[in-house]
Write a protein that binds this ligand. Structure first.
Ligand code: CTP
Ligand code: CA
Length: 220
């Protein structure tokens, strides 16, 4: 273990994390999805647990190693993820939406496998925005979102912080995808903090400590 937390500042707190990619089926064997290893979400789960919190993770497709002492609930589609998140929402004090959610799904799913001789035209319809829905019913929860952008990183992330009524958004440039070295910014209503360049686990620790020191305290 690379880091052992002596104190348990989050003892008694309940944290719900989503991670990985949701997928949307075209037919029984084909789907569209997003890029996500789940590494950041699972790293966050590890650190929250080390800090004493009870942790549940709602995970889509992932390739990263699952964290110990954490309940993992598997889902496939965005709609399934939405249902599980809403089911566990009341339980949580802190909700972290790290999943790469498929924004669109095929307007219909073929029951039979489509043969490759057939030409297909995919019509995509919009999926619900889970985090925006949580932002509308917020209550006393701490809501944390992520934004992955290819351009205008700070501007787009800030817009999502406001539109989704979040306490914190973690903004990452798309170039961190699949990379060992992570980077980005933490943005709240009145702060922008640059993440130290480092591994996803180190960044996860920085993010959790920022939440403990700035978001939880600031919100009380
Ligand atoms: N999110 C969500 N439900 C969706 C899409 C995104 O809950 N249908 C969450 C993500 O988990 C993330 C945050 O919203 O925490 C921002 O996701 P992102 O894809 O960056 O933003 P979108 O609002 O989907 O906008 P766009 O993809 O057009 O940039
Ligand atoms: Ca999106």
């Amino acid at each position: 273990i690379y880091y052992v937390s002596e104190e348990k500042p989050l003892k008694g707190k309940k944290v719900l994390i989503t991670c990985g990619a949701t997928k949307e089926f075209i037919d029984p064997v084909r789907f569209i999805s997003n890029y996500s290893s789940g590494e950041m979400g699972f790293s966050l789960a590890r650190i929250f647990r080390w800090k004493g919190a009870e942790v549940k993770v709602i995970a889509g497709t992932t390739t990263a190693k699952e964290p110990p002492e954490v309940e993992i609930i598997r889902v496939q589609t965005t709609e399934e993820m939405r249902e599980k998140v809403l089911e566990h929402y009341d339980w949580a004090d802190i909700v972290v939406m790290n999943a790469a959610v498929a924004d669109f799904k095929p307007s219909k799913v073929s029951k039979e496998k489509i043969k490759k001789r057939d030409k297909i035209l995919l019509e995509l319809v919009k999926n619900p925005d889970i985090l925006e829905e949580l932002g509308r019913k917020k209550g006393y929860k701490i809501l944390v979102g992520f934004a992955l952008e290819s351009d205008n990183l700070l501007e787009y992330a800030r817009e999502k912080l406001e539109r989704k009524n979040l306490d914190l958004i973690v903004a990452n440039p798309v170039k961190v995808m699949g990379k060992k070295e992570h980077e980005g910014y933490l943005i709240t209503k009145d702060q922008i903090v640059e993440l130290p360049k480092g591994s996803k686990l180190e960044n996860a620790r920085f993010i959790v400590e920022f939440i403990i020191g700035n978001v939880l305290r600031g919100g009380e």
